[in-house]
Design a protein around this ligand. Sequence first.
Ligand code: ADP
Ligand code: MG
Length: 298
Amino acid sequence: GRMRPAGAEAITIAVANFKGGVTKTTTAVTLAQGLSIRGHKVLVIDCDPQGSLTTLFGILPDAEVEAEHTILPLCLGEQDSVEYAIRPTYWDGIDLIPATSVLFSAEFALPGRQRDEGQGFQFWNVLHYGIEQARQTYDVIVIDTPPALSYVTINAMMAADGIITPLPPNALDFASSVQFWDLFFDLTKELVARGKSKRYEFVDVLLSKVDAGDIATNVVREWISAAYGSKVLPIEIPKTSTAASASAEFGSVYDMKPGSAGSRTIKRAVEAYDQFVEIVEAQMVGAWLRQAQQLRES
Ligand code: ADP
Ligand code: MG
């Protein structure tokens, strides 16, 4: 793939937040599309039993996806590597592992495997090991997560090199994002204590669905930058109906042609997403260079 040094592996990015409706799935899809437009080979993994990302790729989760073609068999221990679940999509350069509602049962299976397989087995590393082979094939793996700090979400976070947390600047979404990070850091502290250290290449907070006309926006934006500092990306995705309808059926934000009503916000959204993708790409390249250097040193 483009710019990937020899020996370097896919960069895995989890899009995560405690809450629903904060544009996780929209961000995951647009990031995948933007990176593929920039020449990267992308695998997208839908880890949300609601299957919204699967739907955006034109596949109906409950009608067209069998449980055995999701990450469920990996979580159950019936499969060791995700290749069995990968399928092409309508979008050239993006492959998908879809989700369906049955994936919810992974929540019960994962901790049970810990008991069955003893002390050495780590239930939070199932996805990490499951994508080991795929990391050789793809330039980037984008994981969409459910709106909960579930076992599957923890697996996604532990498999990731980088995390993107989309966050609309309103008070309730901000409060729950802080709760998300507190819980996550408590949890990782515990995992680290159990012998697993985790260092991310990047953790980005992406302000999204930004309604510049809302008087509360400026205040909450200040809170967010006080809480997350340099993690907050220097761009924001405006609130627009364009992003809201981007899908296999309606076309991606990249297909939207300015010219109709609302074309100015459309243009701003496309430009903002473009800049977002560019920043993430730069972070990916940075991570690849560090990988390549580690290879040289070992
Ligand atoms: P999540 O995955 O966090 O639940 P979604 O990506 O499904 O969030 O987005 C939640 C809702 O917000 C969807 O209806 C989506 O179409 C809409 N949406 C996404 N991006 C924007 C945006 N920039 N402006 C307005 N609405 C948006
Ligand atoms: Mg979602």
